[in-house]
Design a protein. Structure first.
Length: 70
């Protein structure tokens, strides 16, 4: 899928069941400890503070959208 063909991306907020947030505005935590769909090992958060709490517990960094994209 080419980025220019996509209007927006959405992800589920890890802390809020059934709540979608725009991926480009989300904060991400990536760790093998996390169980996520398709083995992505990543959690998305609307709040940077919430992401930072989990990242601290897992001893990993918080990343933004650009930080997780190849």
């Amino acid at each position: 899928m080419k980025a220019e063909n996509v209007a927006s991306y959405y992800v589920n907020d890890y802390n809020k069941e059934n709540e979608l947030i725009e991926a480009t505005q989300a904060w991400f935590v990536n760790s093998e400890v996390l169980k996520s769909p398709m083995g992505g090992s990543i959690a998305a958060f609307q709040s940077k503070e919430d992401a930072a709490k989990l990242a601290k517990d897992l001893n990993v960094e918080v990343k933004d959208w650009k930080g997780i994209m190849p």
